[in-house]
Every structure is written in structure tokens, then in C-alpha cells.
Design a binder for this molecule. Structure first.
Ligand SMILES: Cc1cc2nc3c(=O)[nH]c(=O)nc-3n(C[C@H](O)[C@H](O)[C@H](O)COP(=O)(O)OP(=O)(O)OC[C@H]3O[C@@H](n4cnc5c(N)ncnc54)[C@H](O)[C@@H]3O)c2cc1C
Length: 520
């Protein structure tokens, strides 16, 4: 893929405007890296794990510790420096670590696969805890007989999953960017370019090989535990540590796709066509877009069409394709090339900038394209009001279609935690991504996020009442894009059922000591 497309891909997906801060190494909120044998209960747990797994535990002075701890998408997570970092190389090691952690009931811990969750403390932990990093448990094995893939949680979608499968003409429902992590993405649900065709990524999970709270290893399937299977498909990090996913695979040839850039003066026609596309996607399930707005400035659209190397027919994208872009980098290419437009650890990888995601779900309102403009305008006004004339934080909005077909595919596969079903109709998810530098500006982002959520929730709910004469009760958060402050589980249909189930599989509350959204 052309270097230009790589760059454009990056600025669009992470929302980096030209005014964005330059990368900088962050300071140490969690204090200096602990040397070997830190004190306290976390230190004692580390010592015991080290005795059991001498080659898989690292302290602050070790290169493996430093590499792992810097490898986060949001530099805020790199500030947190755990008492020790465990890097298990196989599921049995994970089980050993879990058994030892059970002996230290006050010790917190975090589980990290790719480290792309932007929320501080989800896949990171300070000196009071132990980090279980799954980076060494990675790779994909394809079984041609069953057309399934065994996918490990560590690594990144591009090199570890998509590329090897693409060579075989197969694909799984996975990340839309090759650099994204796997374990967190799949346990949170996962939105893919293939979701219109096959549902959320988690809907294609056939088996979760999981280390349970008591340290035993179980394989959860729809047949042996349908409720737990549903709960784990997008239920986050509170049922166990998944050490392998068995995924359905699908045929994959060349795809058409890429990015187009548009100007601020094209706002009205873009939003009208986006509105048409959200309706049309149901009939064109092999298409997808990511529509990104840099409020008041520009628009980028990622296009994707899975047509075995053919061009998308006219009208596939609801008229978006007919709007003249200022820059057009689309074409027919391999799926792995398309997703691999940002290779890991290149200069483009912005892992040292602080980032956050906030998210909201909207129903698709017929005859209501002006809602998109209203959201962008409200964003601009609120961000300006909170930040004043010299903004320290730059932001982008991604308006992501959740077609009705997605709910139908999810239900057909047995259902997932989010509960988006066959009769729910189309929805769309707004992701607000912020970038900034300096720990001292963290609070501004929290303030902007909270103010935005308040304003946009009120504006969304009013628009729904105006259009339908009544409120909408089911607007589930999309966990992959959510902020820690969002009450994700309370927005799920089967919240009460999952609460009971979680207590059953985790009677001592082990997973409440680890990061991520919790039911109990
Ligand atoms: C640049 C970028 C692009 C993105 N694109 C997409 C996209 O296209 N679609 C989409 O849906 N999302 C996308 N996301 C969001 C992404 O899905 C989440 O950030 C996800 O958490 C990343 O997975 P990870 O393995 O890196 O998670 P981590 O940060 O490692 O972990 C996230 C959470 O999951 C838990 N966890 C991780 N591994 C396991 C495991 N094996 N077992 C149990 N719990 C575990 C952790 O404890 C933590 O709470 C994107 C994020 C970024 C930064």
C-alpha cells in the first residue's frame, strides 16, 4: 500500500490533526520501575510466581519488562509500572499464575493481550499489582477440514492472524487495523469490516479455551455451556483468561477499499449520503465504511467491499461513492495489505501519545440525517466551552454503522453479551477519540468527555422522542470503544442474568481484582 495511504490511515483512525502534539515519552505516574523483589503482598506474589516460572517473570531492570510496559496504545497505561510482569508462554503457566494469585487476596492484577484498550488500568496496573502479559502466547493454526482457526490472544491481527489466513484464501471476523490487539478485541465483542456479513467478531468464536478463577483450564462451547458462551462473547475480562479462541473462517479474495478525504464544505452532502448508506448497508452486507470527522475541519472515509476482487456496484455506499473527494486512495488489493496499512512498531505507531475513547449508541432514525450534523456541532461547541481558546486536546468522531443484519447474524450464532438481536433494527455507534500529551492534561479529557456525554445524550434522546414520540430503551454501549466511566453492562439486555452467572463462575471475586468493566 502506498506510503501516503499509510499516513492518511493513521491520521484518520487515531484522529491526529496537524495541530496534534508531537510524540513524547511519558513520565512515571506509577513511580520508578520496581527492582527485583519489590516489597509488600504484590512483591511476595511475584516472588512465588518467579519461583514457579523462573523464565516468565520480569522486574523493572529487565528489558522484557520495559518492552512490555511501553507497548500500549495509550501512553497513560505505560505510566503504570507493575510490581512484576509475567509473560507466560503457555496456558499451563497462566493457570499457575492464577492459582498463586488466589493465595494473595489483596493483590490486584491486570491481563494484557495487545494493550490497545485506551482506558488506564484495564490492561495495565501499578506497583500494587501483577501484570499478566499474553504477548508470548500468539499465532494462528488453520484446520482445513473444519475451516476453523485456532487463534491465540497475544500479538496483533495483521501479522499474527490475517496475513497467514489470507495466504490460504480465508479470513476471520477481526480487527479493522492490523496493529490492533486480539484478546481484548475478541472478549469485548469486536467490530470488523466483515460484521455486516457475519456479525460481531465474538459471534464467530466457537470455543474459548479459558483459565478459570480457580486455575483450571476449560474449553467453553455453545454445546457445553450456552449461557457462559453468550456471556463471554463480548462480556469482557471477568469470566476467565482466554488462552485460545477457535474461530470460524470465511472465504477471502481480493477486496476493494481504501480511504477518501473530503473537505468541511462537503458536510451536508456527506451526512445525507451517510444516512442513506446506513439504510443501504442492510442490502449490501459485504460492504463497510468507517466515517470519520475531524469536527469543523475535514472528513475521512474508509471504504471496504468484499467482492472477490470486483468493484462495488454503483449505489453500494448510498451515494457516498459519488461525492468527489479531495484525495482518493482506493483500489483493489489483498485483505491483509489493506489491514496492514500501519505495520506495528513503525515510526507511525503513536504509542507514546495519550489517547482516550468515549462512545455512544444511537438508533438509526429514518429521515434524520441532520442528527449527524447536530452531533458534530454539539461536539465542537462543548469541546470549545470546556477547553477554551487554546485547546490542548484534539479529537475525532467516528460514526459507525451497526446494520440490522449484524443483530441477525449474532442471534443466529447463539447470541452475545451485548444482546443486539434480529428485531432491534439498525443502529450506529459514535466513537469520540481524543489525543493529547502530558499527564497534566488528563483531567481536561475527562472533563471534555463527561460534558460531551451529557450534551450528546440529551440531544440524542430528544431527537429520538421528536422522531418517534417515545424514548428508546435499548442503546447498548459498544465495549471496544467505551470509556471506563460508561456503565456498559447495565446497557445490555441480559444484565441481570450475567450478574448471577458471573458470581457462579467466580465465587471468590478473583476477576474483580483485575482491570476492565465489571458486573459485580
Ligand atoms: C487504533 C485502534 C483501532 C481499533 N480498531 C477497532 C476496530 O476496528 N474494531 C473494534 O471493535 N475495536 C477496535 N479498537 C478497540 C479495540 O478492540 C480494543 O481496544 C481492544 O481492547 C483491543 O484488544 P487488546 O487485545 O489490545 O486489549 P488489551 O488492551 O490487551 O485488553 C483490553 C481488556 O481486555 C482484557 N483482556 C485482554 N486479553 C484478554 C484475554 N485473553 N482474556 C480475558 N481478558 C482479556 C484486559 O484485561 C482488558 O480489560 C481499536 C483500538 C485502537 C487503539
Amino acid at each position: 500500500m502506498a506510503p501516503l495511504l499509510r499516513y492518511v490511515s493513521l491520521i484518520s483512525l487515531v484522529g491526529l490533526s496537524t495541530a496534534s502534539p508531537a510524540p513524547q515519552l511519558s513520565g512515571g505516574r506509577g513511580g520508578a520501575s520496581p527492582a527485583a523483589g519489590p516489597a509488600g503482598p504484590a512483591g511476595a506474589a511475584c516472588t512465588e510466581i518467579k519461583a514457579a516460572l523462573p523464565r516468565e517473570v520480569f522486574y523493572g531492570q529487565d528489558k522484557a519488562y520495559q518492552d512490555e510496559q511501553l507497548d500500549y496504545w495509550n501512553a497513560g497505561n505505560s505510566d503504570l509500572k507493575p510490581a512484576c510482569i509475567t509473560r507466560p508462554t503457555r496456558k499451563e503457566s497462566v493457570a499457575t499464575i492464577v492459582k498463586i494469585l488466589n493465595k494473595y487476596p489483596t493483590v490486584k492484577f491486570a491481563v494484557k493481550s495487545g494493550g490497545h484498550d485506551a482506558n488506564d488500568g484495564h490492561s495495565s496496573i501499578g506497583p500494587e499489582g501483577v501484570l499478566i502479559a499474553l504477548s508470548q502466547i500468539r499465532g494462528t493454526t488453520y484446520d482445513a477440514r473444519t475451516r476453523t482457526a485456532l487463534v491465540k490472544p497475544g500479538g496483533n491481527w495483521g501479522p499474527d492472524v490475517v496475513s497467514p489466513l489470507d495466504k490460504l484464501g480465508r479470513a476471520v471476523v477481526g480487527g479493522r487495523l492490523g496493529i490492533v490487539g486480539i484478546g481484548g478485541y475478541l472478549t469485548q465483542g469486536g467490530m470488523s469490516y466483515l460484521s455486516g456479513q457475519y456479525g460481531l467478531a465474538a459471534d464467530s468464536v466457537l470455543e474459548f479455551e479459558t483459565v478459570l478463577a480457580n486455575g483450571t483450564i476449560a474449553t467453553i462451547t455453545r454445546e457445553n455451556n450456552p449461557d457462559l458462551m453468550q456471556a463471554m462473547r463480548g462480556g469482557g475480562s471477568q469470566y476467565g483468561i482466554v488462552t485460545q479462541f477457535k474461530l470460524k473462517t470465511y472465504p477471502m479474495g481480493k477486496i476493494w477499499g481504501g480511504i477518501r478525504l473530503y473537505g468541511a464544505n462537503q458536510k451536508k452532502e456527506l451526512y445525507e449520503a451517510l444516512h442513506s448508506y446506513m439504510d443501504a448497508q442492510e442490502r449490501n452486507q459485504n460492504s463497510a465504511i468507517i466515517f470519520t470527522a475531524t469536527p469543523g475541519s475535514s472528513y475521512n472515509i474508509f471504504y471496504f467491499y468484499n467482492g472477490q476482487g470486483s468493484m462495488p456496484p454503483n449505489g453500494t455506499f448510498g451515494g457516498l461513492e459519488g461525492i468527489k473527494p479531495q484525495l482518493d486512495v482506493t483500489g483493489i488489493t489483498e485483505y491483509s495489505t489493506f489491514l496492514g496499512s500501519i505495520p506495528p512498531h513503525t515510526n507511525f505507531h503513536l504509542s507514546q501519545i495519550r489517547t482516550s475513547f468515549w462512545s455512544m449508541t444511537f438508533p438509526y432514525i429514518k429521515n434524520g440525517p441532520e442528527l449527524f450534523s447536530a452531533v458534530e456541532d454539539a461536539y465542537l461547541a462543548t469541546a470549545k466551552q470546556v477547553q477554551g481558546p487554546n485547546p490542548k486536546v484534539s479529537g475525532t468522531l467516528a460514526l459507525q454503522s451497526f446494520p440490522a443484519s449484524l443483530g441477525k447474524h449474532s442471534a443466529a450464532a447463539g447470541g452475545n453479551a451485548m444482546g443486539y438481536g434480529p428485531t432491534d433494527g439498525p443502529r450506529w455507534v459514535l466513537e469520540m477519540a481524543h489525543l493529547w500529551e502530558g499527564r497534566e492534561n488528563d483531567q481536561i479529557v475527562v472533563d471534555v468527555g463527561k460534558a460531551l456525554m451529557k450534551t450528546l445524550t440529551a440531544s440524542r434522546d430528544q431527537s429520538i422522542r421528536d422522531a418517534r414520540g417515545q424514548a428508546e430503551t435499548y442503546l447498548p454501549f459498544f465495549m471496544n470503544d467505551a470509556a471506563d466511566a460508561d456503565n456498559v453492562f447495565a446497557s445490555y439486555k441480559d444484565y441481570a442474568k450475567f450478574k448471577v452467572l458471573q458470581k457462579q463462575v467466580d465465587p471468590t471475586g478473583l476477576w474483580s481484582r483485575s482491570g476492565g468493566w465489571k458486573l459485580n
